[in-house]
Design a protein around this ligand. Sequence first.
Ligand code: FE2
Length: 278
Amino acid sequence: MCKEAALEVSLFNCIFIGKILLYDNRYLCKRKDSMAKKEKKEQQVLKFDAIRPFGPTIVKGKLPDFLVKLMDDKATKMMNDKEHSKKFDHAPHLAGNVKQETRFDPEWLGSEEAQPMIHLIGEMVKSYISIPPANETISPEFIGQMVVESMWAVSQYAGDFNPFHIHEGQLSGVFYLRVPKSLPEEYAKEDHYPTVGDICWFNGQAATFSGHKFQHSPKVGDIFLFPNWLAHGVYPFRTKNEERRSVSFNLQLIKKEKDPQVGNAETARRKEFYKEKK
Ligand SMILES: [Fe+2]
């Protein structure tokens, strides 16, 4: 059927014929004009909702400048301290092929100085567990405590990379303290599928109408929370004498009391649904 002919037939005929021109709203505009009195009703009919209940959630935030400085200064201090670097060397426990990976001293994480960072993570966690579908598996009102199991700085130089891996804990996170200035230039030189210095999360498999990966070019201060089991990796960059510095962490969420909804979130949701209908 030619383009003009397709526009002449009614919308429903078009659907059955199987050829309509998407994004050409001339017919719908005409229909609204001729049914001006019912315009409001028509708009309701044309409102669609996306229902996306499947898959893991990634939450993104931004560190204020003072926290970037606090954590960067602390990371520099501990990585330059040979005794600390040796005692808290985290590389044997990690997948990364990177120059240096050093754990923060748990005592420091409990100190007054670290509290602004820990509290920001706590606020992010509260936001995370209130967003569906995350709140279908762990109800926010039953979470009493957040424990930072571990936190470590990753210092990455030209050619270093982090193979795809998962974490321990329940929720994991990463934030960025230094990003090489050369990255945009390097990125522009890659003529297809640019990846320089990016982090990429993968879930499930490629499928029509479904996402299976999220790739991000980090900026200083970006912070992400994601489930510990969500696979991710970091691509290398090439420019010498540049550092990409990030901090990763693993969290456990401790329940303050028995959660009656565990394993039964769908039933609870249905009960609410029918209560509203009554
Ligand atoms: Fe990681």
